[in-house]
Design a protein around this ligand. Structure first.
Ligand SMILES: NC(=O)c1ccc[n+]([C@@H]2O[C@H](COP(=O)([O-])OP(=O)(O)OC[C@H]3O[C@@H](n4cnc5c(N)ncnc54)[C@H](OP(=O)(O)O)[C@@H]3O)[C@@H](O)[C@H]2O)c1
Length: 247
């Protein structure tokens, strides 16, 4: 059951923003949505909205920085299914944009805990359920800021945003994805970035105080496309809604 009504997907950080929109769109296809949210109240409210629209949704309390929370999430998902077709590691922390000279290990560690160790924790914990699926896919939600090509291009705003934590965490996430893809050929691992890198556009969400020029629907195009990959689809790629993004 790869893209049928029985398809299951877990999305981290799905109580709002791009995670919520991805949940809405995949829910419209009839998929069962495991809606991850670190705050139960916010998660419940988001799940209720989708359920009211007719989607099949299970709210999963899930803080990606906590081993206990991730273990409890696996337990809860197992109560509903014996396989997970798609995992979308979407939860992300922007950091505080501290200048490199002032960035402390504590600041960087807290961003990595969400953006790097989070996807590792969640992916590892859900591997048995993913392996039980026919054509499992993992989508890592990264950023143009994780691309060396983008950050070193003077025409890209990222080249002038002087910070360490967010961009380096997303670069690490990109490499993790490639290494997982190489090591686990039975699961497709791909990186999506929500913006249009060539046009220097991103999607309006709380993370950027709604300054993005793209809608959340446009922002989730690359995420949804990678979630829907069939058996012939690629693994180990980095794309936005327009196509391949340079590493
Ligand atoms: N918007 C863009 O154009 C853009 C561009 C590049 C990359 N991205 C990436 O896209 C992803 C989604 O971001 P967004 O724009 O939709 O931002 P957002 O609206 O701020 O959503 C971020 C989500 O991540 C959740 N989250 C944060 N820390 C978490 C944790 N420890 N455990 C579980 N969930 C956690 C947040 O939960 P709370 O509500 O509890 O805080 C929220 O649900 C992020 O990975 C971001 O880096 C977005």
């Amino acid at each position: 059951m790869t893209n049928s009504e029985q398809t299951t997907v877990l999305i981290t950080g799905a109580n709002k923003g791009l995670g919520f929109e991805a949940a809405r769109r995949l829910g419209e296809l009839g998929w069962t949505i495991f809606l991850g949210s670190r705050d139960e109240g916010r998660g419940r409210a988001a799940a209720d909205k989708l359920t009211d629209g007719g989607a099949k949704v299970v709210m999963v309390p899930l803080d990606v920085t906590s081993d206990e929370s991730v273990t409890a999430a696996v337990r809860l998902v197992r109560e509903h299914t014996d396989r997970l077709d798609v995992l979308i590691n979407n939860a992300g922390a922007p950091g505080r944009g501290i200048a490199p000279a002032d960035a402390t290990v504590e600041e960087i560690h807290s961003v990595y805990d969400t953006n790097v160790y989070g996807p590792i924790r969640v992916t590892q914990a859900f591997l048995p359920l993913l392996r039980a699926a026919e054509q499992p896919r993992v989508v890592m939600v990264s950023s143009g800021g994780g691309s060396f090509a983008v950050v070193t291009d003077p025409a890209q705003p990222f080249s002038k945003m002087h910070e360490l934590a967010y961009s380096s965490s997303k670069a690490a996430l990109n490499m993790l994805t490639v290494r997982y893809a190489q090591a686990l050929p039975g699961i497709k691992f791909n990186v999506a970035t929500p913006g249009e890198v060539a046009n220097r556009k991103f999607a309006a969400t709380d993370m950027n105080r709604h300054t993005g020029e793209l809608t959340v629907t446009e922002g989730t195009d690359s995420i949804v496309r990678l979630a829907l990959l069939d058996a012939d689809g690629p693994t180990g790629t980095f794309t936005d809604r327009l196509g391949p993004v340079a590493w």
